[in-house]
Design a protein around this ligand. Structure first.
Ligand SMILES: Cc1cc2nc3c(=O)[nH]c(=O)nc-3n(C[C@H](O)[C@H](O)[C@H](O)COP(=O)(O)O)c2cc1C
Length: 427
């Protein structure tokens, strides 16, 4: 089993920041991030993951309003950790391949081979305003992402491994013949010129993809090492897992070359009743306007005009997060939810799996999903930090280690070592 911690502080639950144990001072709080990274490494986690977006405002999810730029923060955390993978989101719609390639190659050097890039197309159209651009439609965003990644791979292969010899005697800082100038000419991006960063310890950072629509899965099957997804039904999750692995093989890759890691929000208590009390407290602290923003964004439709205790209206097809809208409507229909009930569910785990209970109960659910072929690992999304993440690391992880389902210690140094992934050779 593999673990990532999806770090969104003060917490993933919209009401999480108001919990007495949630840290909300000295914002943004570097010491809190260092604490979470240290806890993840103590728990032998594979990676520490930072999401990213561009919009902010009073009614946004509290954990996205004010924060660190991800790569800058990960470079700092590389100094206080030694084994933990360091993963960050970067957009392929609102960025340039050269900058993204250089940032992740540098992080890989700084961290000794622990960098990972979550390749996202930035679903939210409101992001376009800060760049003064038109927001491309869904299919075009994925076509752009395919080119973007291809250009980055060529840039990461600009130099041979070990090209920088620094031979003072011979007067050669770089070995002759070790430079390979990338030339990429696509419909959306073109690159001619080498990256001025030596080839990284992992060759290429680990590539993550988090889109589950048709185009999202196709891109993931072609380029990803890890696939993040939102699933809340074990049967559906197995179907998704198998469909994605089949597409991986259709691209001539081996199914084991791609790891599927659904998100999970564990709400942990010493007893199940205590965990339920915590969940109820979190729900009481939900700000309705923020909860509606989170829901409407994911459905691609403003839900604020509909009766809260009525059924969930069916939104028109969205150009935003296609698979998430489908997942939420399926959940509402399956569980016969009112609009109010759906709003509260989404304010908690945004459609990801929500598990409430004691450490053994949480471990049982993860073991069941893992053994049933629904996941290769999980992206842990605590409702608030640091308390609920510490409780997972110190309560659930030891149980999974005892059951032989999770590593007792790191065997390798790089993130690819942890994930059992090959190091890409220079093409
Ligand atoms: C675990 C996880 C993390 C994600 N992180 C980000 C993120 O940091 N920034 C972002 O813009 N989208 C993020 N997304 C959204 C995806 O990139 C994608 O837009 C979404 O899953 C819908 O994909 P689809 O349109 O292919 O269905 C994330 C999704 C998941 C499941």
């Amino acid at each position: 089993m593999r673990f990532g911690v999806f770090v969104q502080v003060p917490g993933h639950h919209v009401g999480g920041w108001r919990h007495p144990d949630a840290v909300t001072t000295d914002w943004p709080n570097l010491r809190l991030m260092q604490h979470i990274a240290a806890a993840a490494e103590r728990g032998k986690f594979d990676m520490f993951f930072l999401g990213d977006g561009f919009a902010t405002g009073y009614d946004e999810h509290p954990s996205t309003i004010g924060k660190f730029e991800p790569l800058t923060l990960l470079a700092a955390l590389a100094m206080t950790t030694s084994r933990l993978g360091l993963a960050a989101t970067a957009s392929t719609t609102y960025a340039e391949p050269y900058h993204v390639a250089r940032g992740f190659a540098s992080l890989d050097h700084i961290s000794g081979g622990r960098a990972a890039w979550n390749v996202v197309t930035t679903a939210y159209s409101k992001s376009s305003a800060v760049f003064g651009r038109q927001h491309p439609p869904h299919s075009e965003r994925y076509a752009m992402a395919g080119e973007f990644v291809e250009a980055c791979r060529l840039l990461w292969d600009s130099w041979d491994d070990g090209a920088f010899i620094g031979d003072k005697q011979a007067g050669r800082f770089v070995r002759p013949g070790s430079l390979h100038i990338p030339r990429f000419d696509g419909k959306y991006f073109s690159v001619e010129g080498a990256l001025n960063v030596p080839r990284a310890p992992q060759g290429h950072p680990v590539l993550i993809q988090a889109g589950s629509s048709g185009p999202g899965q196709a891109l993931a099957a072609r380029i990803a090492d890890v696939v993040f997804t939102a699933q809340n039904d074990p049967v559906e999750a197995v179907t998704f897992y198998r469909a994605l692995k089949a597409q991986v093989e259709a691209f001539g890759r081996h199914a084991d070359e791609v790891l599927v890691m659904p998100g999970v929000m564990p709400i942990i208590g010493d007893t199940e009743a205590a965990a339920q009390v915590t969940f109820a407290e979190l729900n009481q602290n939900i700000d309705a306007r923020q909860a509606f923003t989170v829901l409407s964004e994911r459905l691609g439709m403003d839900m604020s005009g509909y009766p809260m205790d009525g059924p969930v209206p069916t939104p028109p097809p969205t150009e935003h997060l296609k698979s998430r809208a489908d997942l939420l409507i399926e959940m509402a229909r399956r569980d016969n939810l009112t609009l109010r009930e759906l709003t509260y569910r989404v304010a908690a785990a945004r459609g990801h799996l929500l598990v409430i209970g004691t450490p053994p109960q949480i471990a049982d659910v993860l073991e069941c999903w893992f053994r049933s072929g629904a996941a290769d690992g999980f992206n842990i999304m605590p409702p608030f930090f640091p308390g609920q993440f510490d409780a997972f690391v110190d309560g659930v992880v030891p149980i999974l280690q005892q059951r032989g389902l999770f590593r007792a210690d790191y065997a390798g140094k790089t993130l690819r070592d942890h994930l059992g992934l090959k190091r890409p050779v220079r093409n």
